[in-house]
Design a binder for this molecule. Structure first.
Ligand SMILES: NC(=O)c1ccc[n+]([C@@H]2O[C@H](COP(=O)([O-])OP(=O)(O)OC[C@H]3O[C@@H](n4cnc5c(N)ncnc54)[C@H](O)[C@@H]3O)[C@@H](O)[C@H]2O)c1
Length: 237
């Protein structure tokens, strides 16, 4: 796809900004001239005059409120953070506390950020993208909390889109396997994908950038699957 570059004085908010996909999201918006606010529990590697890191525990409403109190307007919100520590925990070891924490970080934070940024997004005729997962649609064993939270994001996305339209468009992206440069991948990891390769963080950043641009003005409430075709592949072994 042709790179869409614009010069702008717009502002973007990205959660999970220090992680693999979050860092690439921040870079994409900075490259397009945005001032980017990155929320995360830990600071990442990104250093740029147009990047402002805001330390925040997305599992706590008060921490999100404190971080967002530094902002006065926003054009784009990307809810990208997720607590992946609970992803592969055996059903028998899972506690109610794990469930509540997992949903607080992965899903409730989206609701809180929606409440806190709506007036700004409406004023800017802005756009929100939520990062879900193909695990909202299919599962491996022991992914209960993660999968449930991602399914919630898909539903929250269309509900927000219908509630906020026509002022603010809201979409979500469901990534498949997205690997960082340090991940050791085998030829068969790539070959199993109909697209012939494992995904890169830029695959998600480019899709998010498109969805929040005016080029996607007729797209809202959707769950865009970016997984190299894996959820379309029938497997019988
Ligand atoms: N990488 C993949 O293969 C893949 C696949 C499907 C979906 N996703 C989704 O994409 C998004 C980004 O994933 P990633 O691969 O970059 O993961 P990552 O672990 O590299 O990044 C997640 C970031 O969220 C932050 N975070 C976690 N809990 C937090 C909290 N309580 N408060 C503040 N920040 C917190 C982490 O510090 C980290 O920087 C996630 O929503 C993930 O579920 C990723």
């Amino acid at each position: 796809m042709k790179t869409l570059k614009t010069s702008t004085n717009k502002q973007a908010l990205v959660t999970g900004a220090s992680g693999l996909i979050g860092t690439e999201l921040c870079r994409r918006y900075i490259a397009a001239g945005f001032k980017v606010y990155g929320l995360d529990k830990t600071a990442g590697k990104l250093k740029d005059p147009n990047y402002k890191f805001l330390k925040c525990d997305l599992g706590k409403a008060s921490s999100i409120q404190k971080a967002l109190s530094k902002l006065r307007s926003i054009d784009v919100v990307i809810n990208n953070a997720a607590d992946t520590d609970l992803t592969f925990k055996s059903f028998s070891s899972l506690t109610l506390k794990n469930w509540q924490r997992g949903l607080a970080v992965n899903l409730t934070s989206h609701f809180i950020i929606a409440k806190l940024t709506y007036a700004w997004l409406k004023k800017a005729k802005g756009s929100m993208v939520n990062i879900a997962s193909t695990r909202a649609l299919m599962s491996e064993p022991d992914t209960l909390i993660y999968s449930a939270s991602k399914g919630g994001i898909v539903a929250l996305t269309h509900s927000l889109a219908i509630t906020w339209g026509p002022d603010v468009r809201v979409n979500c992206i469901s990534p498949g396997w997205i690997a960082g440069p340090e991940e050791k991948l085998k030829p068969e990891d790539h070959a199993q994908h109909p697209a012939g390769r494992v995904g890169k963080a830029s695959d998600i950043a480019e899709q998010a950038f498109f969805l929040t641009s005016e080029h996607a003005g007729f797209i809202t409430g959707q769950n865009i699957i970016v997984d190299g075709g894996m959820t379309r592949k029938m497997i019988y072994i």
